[in-house]
Design a protein around this ligand. Sequence first.
Ligand code: NDP
Length: 306
Amino acid sequence: MAIILDGNRVRDEIKEALKPRIARLAAAKRRPGLAAVLVGNHSASEIYVRSKLKTSQELGMCSEKITPPESVTTEEMLALVSELNARSDIDGILVQLPLPRQVDAKRILLAVAPDKDVDGFHPYNVGCLVAGLPGPRACTPAGIMALLDRYNIPIEGKRAVVVGRSDIVGKPVSLLLLHRNATVTICHSRTPGLAAVCREADILVAAIGRPARLDAEYIKPGAAVIDVGMNTLGRREDVARIFRNSPEKLSAFDKRGNVLVGDLDPIDVAERAGAYTPVPGGVGPLTIAMLMANTVESAERRLASC
Ligand code: NDP
């Protein structure tokens, strides 16, 4: 039977391990500080920011939410980021995306001081990742590595296939796997013969955002499968088809009006993989835990450099 890679459990372990570090920082009057910039009324972004701030508060960190209006300009955002860069009580700045159209998101992300870039998106930190130098790593990829390590999934010498080449998941997780001596193939929407490539993978990472797109044909029997996708199914017939009429999923749909599914066919992955992340409860919970870890590390670095 396949091992379920339980993201909730690993998240809780990571959070527990952070608590004594936060206590030491607090004792040195240097409680980690996280600032989240949330522009306008984007409901999904509001939910993400709320849970990030809630987690930081539960852990005893200082956090604050800054909410410029939807009409904010690039210049106003740059001024805000510059103020946060200068504040000694702030160790981590996260600018929740997407930003409104009139704001130049690239300029804003470039303006965040690299040592406060707890999302690991700044080109300086991306460069550190490529070069294998220390620095904050993008949170979802770092969470995937934590999950693989926690379950002792061998990486060195293994074939890893990453489907998806985004800057926030596909590319950074490919580099992290490469640094751990996996032989990595990165695939995308133009990759011919995708199923055959995926079937070579001892470690398959899917980050494409297409509901249940990869089925048994894409999975090598016994592979470790990491499903990053978070897709909302809003039609009952899709839930019935993808989950093979599972009464549990259909009743969840009837209650909530939607059900989450990853990029892998959930039944096929459970039958064929050696280990896999469920959706929800796999990769998702780790993203916030790694954001907290990056903020604590930033605070420790800053304290050490005082
Ligand atoms: P993007 O949309 O930025 O990138 C998707 C990638 O998938 C692109 O490289 C695209 O290829 C590729 N792709 C799309 N369709 C196919 C296909 N049919 N076959 C092969 N490749 C394909 O997505 P993200 O990386 O931002 O997110 C991916 C998924 O992960 C989403 O469901 C997102 O919600 C989820 N996610 C979950 C997180 C978590 O915490 N659990 C965090 C971040 C994301 P091309 O480049 O050629 O267009």
